[in-house]
Write a protein that binds this ligand. Structure first.
Ligand code: BV8
Ligand code: ZN
Length: 289
């Protein structure tokens, strides 16, 4: 189903009449930056079993395998640059830009991605212009609900130390393993002593991402924002992981509108009011332009 040319003016008319806009993003938003998605061709879950790597049990079972997987993703994200879709969302997050298309509206990006690229795009957008003092907003511009690759937590359960750590490599023991991991092989025998340690107590550290079975971050804020949203923009996600996958349906049920930006058809997009099929790095800058 091609995207009809009339879709952009129609979508922008809806932007103009929306008061509280939410964007829900997934791995497809970062695909053009060279970050592999989970389920598509070349997707990470194709090569690795998500449920054995992205779970607390998997980490407990074999921290060496899990750390190689996340070290590979850290190194990939460190080399990546945000793309035109990240930049379009970042500009739209700035009220004095957004209000030309959506006067008086509020906006938050809720991202499932842990690569930090949306935050980098937002920092660049904010730094590139002087922020008019009138723009003080009480709503967050971005919520990283599945955590961040560069947050490193103590896994001891008692120390609770968290730090932002973007060093490459994070530790000697993982250095150079990214080549193997990208080929789909993991070395189960990196000794646990050579894995990242908590800088406070020396216990084994873990990546600061939300694993399956763990509580996503910022849920209370997200639930409030979903309740009052009247437009949901769904970008580059298969909409298969909850609770993120349920937000668009909730907003639709509350009488709001839904726009989906995806390379191909995705779960629940038949309920969308606007369906932009194609690479979001092309479609999104045009729709929010
Ligand atoms: C939880 C971080 C308790 C780690 C990830 C109902 C309610 C609540 C929970 C559940 C429920 N039912 C089941 C559950 C449990 C579970 C779950 O959803 N399981 C699934 C398998 C059914 N959920 C959880 O465990 C969550 N926690 O439930 O806590 C609770 C209870 C009640 C209420 C609240 C909480 C925690 C889940 C978090 C897991 N962590 N990531 C890491 O990254 O390693 S999940 C990971 O996969 C992503 O973060 C993302 O969330 C998810 C889905 O991936 P996508 O981003 O969609 O990527 P995917 O590859 O699938 O698709 C890419 C899409 O992009 C495709 O559609 C493709 O066509 C498109 N695309 C590609 N290129 C482009 C493009 N589109 C546009 N342009 C392009 N260029
Ligand atoms: Zn510690």
């Amino acid at each position: 189903m091609a995207t009809p040319p009339t879709i952009i003016p129609a979508f922008q008319a809806t932007l103009g009449s929306s008061s509280h806009i939410l964007a829900i993003a997934g791995a497809g938003l970062s695909a053009a930056s060279g970050i592999p998605t989970f389920r598509g061709h070349g997707g990470m879950w194709r090569k690795y079993d998500a449920m054995s790597l992205a779970t607390p049990e998997g980490f407990h079972e074999n921290p060496s395998l899990v750390w190689q997987f996340y070290h590979y993703r850290r190194e990939t994200a460190l080399k990546a640059r945000f793309n035109a879709a990240h930049a379009a969302i970042a500009s739209f997050s700035l009220p004095w830009i957004r209000h030309t298309l959506a006067p008086g509206s509020t906006f938050t990006l809720i991202t499932q991605n842990v690569d930090g690229l949306s935050a980098r795009a937002l920092e660049t957008a904010e730094a590139s212009m002087t922020i008019p003092e009138s723009s003080t907003e009480d709503q967050p511009r971005i919520l990283e609900m599945h955590g961040r690759l560069f947050d490193v937590l103590c896994s001891s359960g008692s120390c609770q130390h968290v730090e932002y750590n973007a060093t490459s490599p994070i530790c000697e023991g993982l250095d150079g393993t990214e080549e193997m991991v990208s080929g789909g092989t993991l070395d189960p025998d990196i000794p646990v002593e050579s894995l990242p340690r908590c800088s406070k107590c020396g216990s084994l550290a873990r990546p600061g991402v939300v694993w399956f079975g763990e509580m996503p971050q910022h849920l209370d804020t997200i639930d409030q924002l979903v309740k009052r949203a009247d437009l949901c923009i769904v970008i580059g996600t298969s909409s298969t992981v909850y609770p993120a996958a349920g937000y668009a349906r909730k907003i639709k049920r509350n009488g709001g509108k839904v726009a989906v930006f995806n390379l191909e058809r995705s779960e629940g997009d038949e309920a969308a009011d606007y369906l932009f099929l194609g690479p979001c790095e092309d479609t999104l800058p045009r729709a929010l332009g």
